[in-house]
Design a protein around this ligand. Sequence first.
Ligand SMILES: Nc1ncnc2c1ncn2[C@@H]1O[C@H](COP(=O)(O)OP(=O)(O)OP(=O)(O)O)[C@@H](O)[C@H]1O
Length: 224
Amino acid sequence: MRAQDLLVGYGGAPVCAPVSFTLAPGRAVALVGANGSGKSTVLRAVIGLLEPQSGSLQVLGGDVDERDVGFRRQVASVLDDDAYFPALTVSEHLYLTARGHGVRGADDVVAELLAEFGLTDHARSLPVSLSSGQRRRLLLAAGFVRPRSLLVLDEPEQRLDKAMRDRLAARLVEEKRSGGSVLLATHDADLLRAVADRAVVVADDASRVMSAADAAQVISRENP
Ligand SMILES: Nc1ncnc2c1ncn2[C@@H]1O[C@H](COP(=O)(O)OP(=O)(O)OP(=O)(O)O)[C@@H](O)[C@H]1O
């Protein structure tokens, strides 16, 4: 994907300075910045939930169109905390997503993801009876259960314990190894170091691209 002077915001008012970056297959870019700096808003534009105010944005070689089935097929996102169906169990969520995307061998894929995300014992639970961290695991597992070329994650580390954060980092490294692209917003210096190739610092005055190592140091200084 390629964003050039991309300006995003609400009601005609930008939330941050324009951002420019590229993301190639097999790579990961992290958006970093203070609370409210505009990371989630940039992600919403990338997945077509928000019209950019100006600049250009190309995803998977074309314009962003969330209504286009080809676009939706290739772009998996985990943004909001409450993006689940209250009346479906954990495994029903994963089956629904897998079958909706034509995943072959869905039974095995779902069973593997349940185990990986520590949800096997909760397969028949409804979201309301999960802890907030378990619900987060469910949403992440639903992002991984379907085919994708681009994975967009908003602070995936939220509410995960250290062991799960480490497994998630390994998963994302594997995602890159298999040719997928990852765009994530994060406040987690360890996740950034483990996964990202570059970072975009989103800010009011000027957004800039820097190495993941430098961005991780900035985060560590802000969160001693
Ligand atoms: N739907 C909305 N309508 C109007 N303003 C919004 C809306 N959503 C977010 N904002 C504002 O846009 C700004 C950027 O919010 P955004 O959620 O993109 O920040 P963020 O960098 O993701 O923050 P955080 O690190 O806290 O998740 C904030 O000032 C926020 O109040």
